[in-house]
Design a protein around this ligand. Structure first.
Ligand SMILES: Nc1nc2c(ncn2[C@@H]2O[C@H](COP(=O)(O)OP(=O)(O)OP(=O)(O)O)[C@@H](O)[C@H]2O)c(=O)[nH]1
Ligand SMILES: [Mg+2]
Length: 301
């Protein structure tokens, strides 16, 4: 129910854009904690991850989303579903922040712009990675985008360096509706720790493996148990699509899985603030990316 009192603003802001433009990096910077994984490879994010920032007079809930590409380019059923669901999710948000690289629009950017035209909500253009270009180049990039769409606001940013993020936040709050807070002020995400742990493991797979391997895996944390004070036992299964991929993930004498496990454990320990025993298993779930039901398996919401 809408709160009629005009003393607090709150709302949802979707961070959308093609893969690899820095949506997840931006969310982590805004929240000030790593709540969503990032990588130099495209199509890292697979779920909608909420980051909550609460001020005295406003609460902004940012939604990190999977990168959007033209559907004809998508090879697997699951990737197609993720894009369709992401676009559908935009109906429920208050503001759209369209993130692009500091370069001219690509076909995928134009595909997203077509959708923006239909949505009719306050839409911000965030030109990211300005640390990589000269200021003079920015104007022509701005003009390129302005010729496609009349944005509510255009803000050049660097998600990595934190440039212009307080300006961004101020402008977002200006355009939010009056509403009571959706979450208690001590929440920075509504993502359960179990899912964050699964994501951190998946991130290490992105760091250490190549080609189709990072895309072919899904990670599930089956057990998350405090065995004694200060020690958490975790059992996680990495599912691959084929047994050959399982072999690569195990590596020569188990070296690869050990490397993934050690890197993941060390980061999970920092995040949970306690010692962690991580039991990592690999299993095959044949062609899981080609079944629509797998959306449930990856706990897409
Ligand atoms: N130089 C520079 N690199 C950035 C900036 N923001 C993000 N990156 C890099 O861009 C790459 C992709 O970042 P992500 O945050 O994973 O991108 P994403 O849009 O979430 O990608 P998907 O989840 O695949 O859609 C990473 O290597 C980041 O370090 C920035 O402001 N400057
Ligand atoms: Mg991402």
């Amino acid at each position: 129910m809408r709160n009629e009192k005009k003393d607090f603003k709150a709302g949802f802001v979707a961070l959308i854009g093609r893969p690899n433009v820095g949506k997840s990096t931006l969310l982590n910077q805004l929240v000030g904690e790593k709540i969503t994984i990032t990588s130099p490879l495209p199509q890292t994010t697979r779920n909608i991850i909420r980051g909550i920032i609460t001020f005295e007079e406003a609460q902004v809930i940012f939604l990190d989303t999977p990168g959007i590409v033209e559907l004809s380019q998508v090879k697997t059923v699951i990737d197609k579903e993720l894009i369709k669901e992401t676009l559908k999710n935009l109906e429920g948000v208050d503001i759209i922040a369209f993130i692009v690289n500091s370069s001219p629009p690509t076909a995928n950017d134009r595909f997203i712009l077509k959708d923006l035209k239909k949505i009719k909500k306050p839409s911000f253009l965030l030109i990211n990675k300005i640390d990589k270009i000269k200021e003079a180049e920015l104007n022509s990039i701005k003009e390129d985008y302005e010729s496609f769409f009349s944005f509510t606001k255009i803000i050049p940013i660097s998600a990595k360096k934190g440039t212009n993020l307080s300006i961004l936040m101020g402008e977002i709050i200006n355009h939010l509706p009056f509403h009571s807070p959706y979450y208690s002020s001590d929440f920075i995400t509504d993502q359960p720790e179990r899912l964050l742990v699964a994501e951190l493991i998946r991130e290490k797979i992105f760091n250490f493996t190549k080609q189709e391997i990072p895309y072919s895996v899904m990670v599930k944390v089956d057990e998350f148990e405090e065995r004694r004070k200060g020690l958490i036992y975790l059992h996680a299964t990495i599912f691959t699509e084929h047994s050959s991929q399982k072999g690569i993930l195990v590596g020569k004498s188990g070296k690869m899985i050990k490397k993934i496990g050690e890197a993941a454990r060390s980061e999970i320990e920092k995040r949970l603030g306690c010692q962690v025993y991580l039991d990592l298993w690999i299993s095959v779930k044949r062609n899981w990316r080609h079944h629509k039901d797998s959306l449930k398996e990856i706990e897409y919401k």
